[in-house]
Design a protein around this ligand. Structure first.
Ligand code: SAH
Length: 217
């Protein structure tokens, strides 16, 4: 990362610390991820490391860094963990997960975003497996996952995603039908038992059903 963006990113990190993010590994991963490459050059200097969401096309947004940090903290990733992400979007969260040493699988329902995220990640040597498909059904062939992160506002907790959590693993998902969702952590304690914890309110773009009947079972 060049010096100018390094400096702006360092300011973002201290801002995240002020807002309550404390996991050193998460902060380091964010400090290594080149968010500026995902922001239109016209807006890059002003917005790349500002703590706000930003449009990425198709009416979608790259998540606010605080939200990425908050969800990533809840995932509690250890190097080598198998992680499923729903909503690849720009590929920013995917890159942060790769920086933490996770083996990432990510699903996106918009073809153009799927393609541009794929390009960004491969150009920057992030080795994630990306899929164009429907996040509601997860990715059964690669299950179970140590953790699953949903980066769009889910109307409910999809059963397929719960089924694909490893026992001892976790799902982090913003749940709510309106503009605002509650961040939920679902821990799988055994084959049948799950523990749910609710965190604060967040605003995500909605998790939507299948476009053009795409299927990724
Ligand atoms: N993690 C992204 C956030 C993008 S916004 C980032 O860091 O940039 C959420 C994304 O979820 C959008 O790109 C949207 O198209 C996608 N999405 C919404 N519903 C989906 C579904 N059912 N399956 C897969 N992706 C979905």
């Amino acid at each position: 990362m060049n010096l100018k963006y390094k400096g702006l990113c360092a300011k973002l990190i201290s801002n995240l610390v002020k807002k309550g993010i404390s996991d050193k590994k998460v902060l380091e991963a964010i400090s290594l991820t080149p968010r500026h490459l995902l922001i239109d050059p016209v807006f890059r200097d002003k917005f790349a490391y500002q703590d706000t969401a930003f449009p990425i096309g198709e009416n979608q947004t790259i998540s606010q860094p605080y939200t990425v940090a908050f969800q990533t903290e809840l995932l509690n990733i250890t190097r080598g963990d198998k992680v499923l992400e729903i909503g690849t979007g720009s590929g920013y969260q995917t890159a942060v997960l790769c920086e933490l040493g996770a083996k990432v699988f990510s699903i996106e329902r918009h073809k153009s975003l799927f393609q541009s995220a794929k390009l960004f990640l491969s150009k920057n040597n992030y080795r994630a497996q990306l899929f164009f498909g429907d996040g509601f059904i997860g990715k059964k062939v690669f299950a179970p996952f140590d953790s699953i992160i949903v980066t769009c506002g889910a109307p409910y907790i999809p059963q397929d995603l719960k089924d694909q959590i490893k026992i001892g693993g976790r799902l982090v998902i913003p749940v709510g039908k309106g503009e605002v969702q509650q961040m939920m952590l679902i821990q799988r304690l055994s084959e049948k038992d799950y523990k749910e914890t609710i965190f604060g309110n967040f605003k995500f773009v909605p998790m939507l059903k299948n476009l053009n009947n795409i299927n990724n079972k």
